[in-house]
Ligand binder design. Sequence first.
Ligand code: FES
Length: 165
Amino acid sequence: MDENREAATGGQRYTDRRGFLKTVVLAGTTLATAGIPLAAYFVSPALEKGGGRWVDFGAVADLNDGETAMLSFEYMVKDGWQVLPQRGFVWARRGPGEAVKVMSSTCTHLACNVIWKPERQVFECPCHTGIYDAEGRPISGPPARPLAVLEHKIEDGKLQVYLTA
Ligand code: FES
């Protein structure tokens, strides 16, 4: 039958409606099969970026009452096909008992890292001399908002802080 069609068209190949539909269905199935994993590959890192993770900072007992301590962290973050280290630090202030306040080290002016000055009981930003009190409230310089207070919990005597990438 195909030979007759070729003969009738002068040796040129043509596709009938059934062949065309088979091709469309096959192409659609192939695209759907390959498309879902590809879409997940490109979309999932974007979704992960918006989220955060709980980071273990060790025993609360290691923090002295009334002192503000720098707690550093490092974890790996997947960004597309790359896995990159995420490093930084937070400030933890232990109150009476196990009460802990954890503050971001990121200045609310232009995101430099603030440093605790125990002799003056303030956080100082080296970039534009912004000053925050011990509770993270701005008291002089350009910052208008307090340092971010970070969500945390204590599990089995260990301080866990929720950090966003
Ligand atoms: S970035 Fe901290 S005062 Fe400007």
